[in-house]
Design a protein around this ligand. Structure first.
Ligand SMILES: *[C@@H]1O[C@H](CO)[C@@H](O)[C@H](O)[C@H]1NC(C)=O
Ligand SMILES: *[C@@H]1O[C@H](CO)[C@@H](O)[C@H](O)[C@H]1NC(C)=O
Ligand SMILES: *[C@@H]1O[C@H](CO)[C@@H](O)[C@H](O)[C@H]1NC(C)=O
Ligand SMILES: *[C@@H]1O[C@H](CO)[C@@H](O)[C@H](O)[C@H]1NC(C)=O
Length: 223
């Protein structure tokens, strides 16, 4: 079981050939990995395009109900690099964004944490073996309106690749490859919230999101 990471599948639509046993596969309840990402952005209103390279250390803990995303974001267009650490604490219903170790924004969240499963409404697009482990590929449209295509390994349901496309006026295409995904949380201190983060509250709206969307949202919050 494993990371269908983001979702649970209903492969009913997707194809009867595969699957029964893998529908709704779930990844580990606790895992870490590195997402290597490329973000292409087109701002329709400003007619400006830009690119960023992102490396995100992900720690996902469904038991503690916490997610840590430690991101190194290199905006290729401006040649600017930022370190952003986002900690989601679903029990305390708060999200913390710490930028370059200095600025912290705490934001209330209202959604539940997504289980590490392929979502019920994901469409199964096929099963592939492309020089590596066999993966199942799915597509899902998230509550936020973004289209996510993602693959999970056939055997363990670990995350493989993802692409996420948001709709305008700012169009973002994020492509991610997960590396070194392992079960368990070797270093729980990644979830520690710096003291200076408290007392900084800002109201926002939150809809529950897949990991991909959370990573994406953290990019937006950094902007
Ligand atoms: C790069 O930085 C510029 C200027 O801050 C910003 O407008 C743009 O959205 C950034 N692009 C990406 C892909 O992060
Ligand atoms: C993927 O395909 C190659 C070539 O057909 C095969 O050797 C390999 O065992 C396959 N991988 C898996 C995990 O089935
Ligand atoms: C994955 O682990 C290997 C071996 O520890 C390391 O060399 C590599 O840099 C890691 N990949 C990422 C993206 O961190
Ligand atoms: C939050 O959502 C509500 C209902 O959709 C909306 O009326 C409100 O303006 C939103 N607030 C913010 C800060 O976006």
């Amino acid at each position: 079981m494993v990371l269908r990471f983001v979702f649970t599948v209903v492969c009913l639509i997707g194809g009867l050939h595969d699957v029964i046993s893998r529908q709704g596969c779930c990844g580990p309840k606790q895992w870490t990995g590195v997402a290597i990402q490329k973000l292409g952005r087109y701002d329709h209103d400003l007619d400006v395009a830009s690119l960023a390279d992102i490396s995100t250390n992900v720690a996902y803990d469904y038991v503690a109900k916490k997610i840590s995303l430690q991101q190194k974001i290199h905006n290729i267009t401006t040649d600017n690099t930022d370190l952003v650490h986002v900690i989601y604490d679903f029990k305390q219903k708060t999200e913390y964004t710490i930028t370059n170790g200095k600025v912290c924004i705490a934001t209330p969240i209202s959604g539940e944490m997504w289980p590490n499963c392929v979502p019920e409404d994901a469409s199964h697009l096929g099963t592939y073996n492309i020089s590596g482990p066999v993966v199942d590929v799915y597509r899902v449209v998230t509550p936020g309106g973004a289209t996510v295509r993602f693959s999970v390994t056939y055997e363990l349901c670990y995350p493989g690749t993802e692409s996420l496309l948001t709709s305008g006026p700012v169009y973002d295409l994020t492509v991610s490859v997960y590396e070194n995904v392992t079960k368990g949380i070797p270093d729980p201190s990644v979830f520690n919230v710096p003291v200076f983060c408290h007392h900084r509250q800002m109201k926002t709206n939150y809809t529950s999101s897949t990991i991909t969307e959370l990573i994406h949202r953290s990019l937006l919050s950094w902007r």
